[in-house]
Design a protein around this ligand. Structure first.
Ligand code: GLA
Length: 643
């Protein structure tokens, strides 16, 4: 009898009862079930619940929280690795969990271990208490004696119960970003990915919504959003194999990106930010906007953004001192607060008068600007406006002093001729190389040290990673290129933000090529599209607003006829469309008639009056342009719902 009791006691100690982990935001719950030596399970994601038993009685998703390849899972896995001894299978079981409190969130970390190998995965969930967003990511640790190869390493997995589930996503290209497509999920695979390397939001975008109650509705229906916080290649897969569950797996695209994880090394995947609402797409958007403004943007998104004039469509590369001063005067006259000098101001040996040279040579072209940036800053000060400048720090041209000095700093495959971008000469610097990181940091640092009055930088990036090869990485680690590029990029941005927290920086990549939540936490706003045609902007801004708040969306009044589409739309229409984001101008003020100037002045004055509501408020999309009723309508409402 005594012996029997001892055995029972031992059993009880060895196997803890199953534990429910409630990952809660104010109105939502992600419910996990953890049990010693068993896989971690996701059992529910939706409206807030408090009673796990009720969930199990009514409904349970019951899927492994981070499904790995090789033992039983027959859909696309979240994780697939080759262990040091060649074993391709992984079996993760729960070991422990902890909760860490942060200022506005709680992070739940659940540690899993492979049953047979010294190989660990922490599944992490950050649940905010000021918005209904949960960030999910994995931390993969190799305790084996030799490197383990990561073949697939998604950020997270989410099961969704089948029914009439639809997916909404955006796609496009240069000048036509963020057009929305909505379609029902069918048996087979729904997939979205990006392979540009560094401009991941032109074509497919790293975000989607799933509407669980049929055709997506703006104000009703259970809806899940998923946003990958990563600026590089990504892949979203919804695998519909069986008749019960849609399996969503999202993360860095594994294509050509196998990662050799050294003994003792840890790999942290980027967060997949999930949002759930029963108020349709609008509810999910408002959660993301709130998450962005309160937790995820520089200045916490609570500093009003200035109205500005950007010089690009006014003069293109034909920058002159006289021209810049006149434009500054023009924006001042209509009540603008900032002037931004775009491309065309730099170059010494090679002058940036055409777009095939000088990127990397960030010195003032003294012929164009005899009094330098100092001269322009002095003029801006006289007028009482702020001054900003365009840079393209990650890039060079083969026709530049930088390239002549450091040909080894560019991304290039061995034994291959360079594939060049814009102007037939543009190349991308290898941000995986710490020397390049220092150089890129120094571009901004030197500029701000010399001219601390600069208020705004437009950070552009006009070329994809089109040469797969790093002159810095070893031959064995060439498949780390995409990862190391973005790690390097982030390190540079962190250094810049640590030193210049108050500088406003616009994220631009030939328009909206980098509208993603991997990059944006370091920036204040993005350039929505190089297409400034107000009619097309209605659609693009509509799509962009699914995941990004108005405060971050640069939206400019431009010329008529429009430079991209040759369409003429009335100035009132152009100003109204521009007022629905961060209002600016992309026009040569001297072409405006007195009447037009007066209209712009009035629009800017009106915008300043409503700016706090547009920039900090909650967005309600009232009438979709996609319904082709000849009208689109948006409403912005304060948190207090009093304006
Ligand atoms: C990109 C940007 C434009 C402009 C040009 C300058 O295309 O998207 O706004 O800055 O570069 O070359």
């Amino acid at each position: 009898m005594r012996k029997q009791l001892t055995i029972l006691a031992l059993l009880a100690a060895a196997s803890l009862p199953a534990k429910d982990i409630f990952v809660n935001t104010p109105r939502t719950t992600l419910l996990l079930k953890a049990e010693d030596n068993k896989p971690l399970h996701i059992s529910y994601y939706g409206d807030k619940v408090t009673d796990a038993e009720e969930v199990y009685r009514a409904f349970s998703l019951w899927q492994e929280a981070y499904p790995a390849f090789g033992l039983g899972n027959d859909f696309i896995p979240a994780l697939s690795v080759r262990h040091a001894d060649g074993n391709m299978s992984t079996e993760l079981v729960y070991q422990s969990d902890k909760e860490t409190k942060e200022a506005n969130a709680t992070v739940y970390t659940i540690t899993m271990k492979d049953k047979a190998y010294d190989f660990y995965v922490d599944m992490c969930y950050r649940a905010y208490d000021n918005c209904d967003v949960i960030e999910a990511w994995s931390v993969i640790r190799n305790g084996e004696k030799k490197p383990v190869t990561l073949l697939k390493y998604a950020s997270a997995y989410l099961p969704v119960r089948q029914g009439d589930v639809w997916v909404s996503h955006e796609h496009g290209n240069w000048g036509a970003e963020a057009y929305i497509t909505e379609e029902p999920l069918k048996p087979g695979i729904f997939e979205m990915h990006d392979l540009t390397g560094n401009k991941n939001s032109y074509e497919n975008r790293p975000n989607m919504m799933l509407s669980l109650d049929g055709k997506p509705q703006e104000n009703s229906g259970r809806t899940i959003g998923a946003v990958l916080c990563w600026s590089g290649n990504f892949r979203f897969t919804v695998d519909t194999q069986d008749k019960k569950t849609h399996h969503l797996v999202a993360g860095i695209d594994d294509a050509n990106s196998q990662y050799s994880l050294a003994k003792g090394e840890t790999f942290t995947t980027p967060a997949l930010a999930l949002a759930y609402s029963d108020e349709g797409k609008g509810g999910v958007s408002r959660s993301y906007h709130r998450w962005a403004r309160l937790n995820n943007m520089v200045h916490n998104g609570n500093a009003l953004r200035k109205t500005l004039l950007n010089s690009w469509e006014g003069v293109y590369l034909n920058v002159t001192e006289e021209g810049m001063v006149k434009m500054m005067d023009g924006v001042k006259q209509v009540g603008g607060e900032l002037f931004v000098m775009d491309d065309g101001w730099f170059g010494d040996k090679y002058k940036r008068s055409i777009d095939n040279c000088a990127l990397g040579d960030w010195v003032v072209d003294k012929e164009k600007l005899p009094h330098g940036i100092e001269g322009l800053l002095a003029e801006a000060k006289k007028l009482g406006i702020k001054f900003g400048i365009w840079l393209e720090p990650e890039m060079s041209n083969t026709k530049s002093e930088l390239f002549e000095k450091h040909p080894d700093w560019v991304i290039k495959a061995p034994k291959r001729d360079l594939k060049c971008g814009r102007g037939g000469t543009q190349v991308v610097l290898d941000l995986g190389n710490p020397k390049v990181q220092d150089f890129v940091f120094s571009i901004v640092d030197d500029m701000m040290t010399k001219y601390p009055e600069i208020d705004y930088i437009k950070w552009d990036a006009n070329m994809n990673i089109s040469n797969h090869g790093s002159q810095y990485l070893t031959a064995n680690n060439q498949s780390h290129l995409y990862i190391e590029y973005h790690r390097g990029f982030e390190k540079v941005l962190q250094r810049i933000r640590a030193k210049y927290p108050d500088l406003t920086i616009q994220d631009c990549a030939s328009g909206g090529g980098r509208v993603n939540w991997g990059t944006l936490p370091y920036f204040d706003e993005f350039w929505t599209s190089d297409n400034t045609d107000a009619l097309q902007r209605v659609y693009m801004q509509w799509g962009t607003s699914y995941f990004f708040p108005a405060i971050a969306m640069a939206s400019h009044i431009s010329n008529a006829p429009n430079h991209q589409t040759a369409r003429t739309v009335p100035l009132k229409y152009r100003t109204d469309v521009a007022m629905s984001g961060r209002l600016g101008m992309e026009i040569q003020p001297k072409v405006l008639s007195d009447e037009d100037k007066e209209q712009c002045r009035k629009a800017i004055a009106d915008y300043k009056r409503i700016r706090p509501i547009v920039q900090f408020g909650n967005l309600y999309r009232l009438q979709s342009p996609y319904e082709k009723k000849g009208v689109a309508s948006l409403m912005y409402v304060t948190d207090m719902k009093d304006k």
